[in-house]
Design a protein around this ligand. Structure first.
Ligand code: ATP
Length: 335
């Protein structure tokens, strides 16, 4: 478990991380999301004791990184995949890491097997592709068999096969009961990889919740209905105070009119309302928002212009019954 409380980092006038509090749970993959310059790398560096906080605190299972007796056996990290001497082989690099951290040499072959690099372990690391370098970085992070793993943008620049490999590997690590904290810009990838999210903007917390909650709260769900009696159905639903609109989604000259029902409605409710009036339905589909849409909404204007009120927004986003639209919109400004 990683726990940050009021974590702050200033670089001169720049507040890179601003009173940030969050926790990262054991046995799950937690995604760390935020626009460019949001403060993700700075936060990770503070977790690892590479930067000193200007204020607040971050602990790993109750301890500061600097107080860990054998840090690599507790926390493994991949911050920069190219942080390897280019003339060293992968095996020599890992042997050096193992020796300098008093870890058993046999562990080197184990981690090489885990990341699938054993057959190329004698090659110069400088000749590795980005995907191979990422695997080597992950092997280094796993060397001490740590409970906590931090990965900064591990899928950046990888091809689809590499991305799927990393995703599957992270799930495996979490299933083994480890704490996996991973930052990424690739939101659709995070939607598949992370069960939990910590979302920040301009150094401040925007949301901490499950990925599904984030998407649902920020972009909500709508229901799409196709029916030969759309107008009649729309009248029925409007009488129930539901917000509806008719969209033409037709292609190639086909009539593609569909009724879109907004808000937190269920397909059950609409199906039953239609049945009660003997209205025929051809399609009834629940449409969930995407992580991209939710992210844009949550980190857009609210971050840019309403930064000082985000802590209130976070409290609100975690409160039941508060719509994410209200949260994302933030307080009204008096102009
Ligand atoms: N050593 C430093 N000196 C001065 N400013 C810094 C330093 N490191 C980071 N910053 C600033 O702090 C802010 C947060 O940077 P950080 O790299 O942590 O963000 P990030 O979320 O990781 O961004 P990205 O996704 O673009 O890597 C930025 O405004 C950055 O310019």
């Amino acid at each position: 478990m990683i726990e940050a409380t009021g974590l702050t980092k200033r670089y001169g006038e720049t507040v890179a991380v601003d009173n940030l509090s969050f926790s990262v749970k054991t046995g799950k993959v937690t995604g760390f999301l935020g626009p460019n310059g949001a403060g993700k790398s700075t936060t990770m560096r503070m977790i690892l004791g590479l930067d000193t906080p200007s204020g607040g605190d971050v602990r790993i299972d109750g301890q500061h990184y600097r107080d860990l007796k054998r840090p690599l056996t507790k926390v493994g990290a991949l911050l920069d995949a190219k942080w390897v001497h280019p003339n060293r082989s992968a095996r020599a690099h890992l042997n050096w890491m193992a020796a300098s951290n008093k870890l058993p040499k046999k562990r080197v072959d184990e981690v090489l097997d885990m990341v699938g690099l054993r057959s190329v372990a004698g090659k110069r690391a400088g000749a590795y592709s980005l995907g191979m370098s990422q695997r080597l970085g992950i092997a280094g992070a796993l060397l001490g068999d740590p409970e906590v793993l931090l990965f900064d943008e591990p899928v950046n620049g990888l091809d689809p096969e590499g991305i799927v490999w990393i995703r599957t590997f992270m799930h495996k690590l979490a299933d083994e009961g480890r704490t996996v904290f991973v930052s990424s810009h690739l939101l659709s990838e995070m939607a598949l990889t992370a069960e939990e999210l910590v979302v920040i903007g301009r150094g401040k917390l925007i949301a901490q919740c499950t990925t599904q909650e984030f998407v649902d709260r920020a972009s909500g769900t709508t229901v799409l209905v196709r029916s030969p009696q759309l107008d009649a159905l729309q009248s029925v639903l409007q009488r129930q105070n539901l917000v509806t609109r008719i969209e033409d989604q037709g292609k190639d000259g086909m009539d593609g009119k569909a009724l879109i029902v907004e808000g937190d409605v269920t397909t059950d409710l609409i199906g039953e309302a239609a049945a009660a009036q003997n209205i025929v339905l051809h399609e009834l589909t629940l449409k969930r928002g995407s992580l991209e849409a939710a992210f844009m909404q949550m980190t857009g204007d609210s971050v840019e212009y309403h930064g000082t009120d985000e802590i209130a927004a976070v409290t609100a986003v975690n409160a039941p019954g508060v719509s994410a639209t209200e949260v994302a919109a933030g307080p009204q400004e008096d102009n």
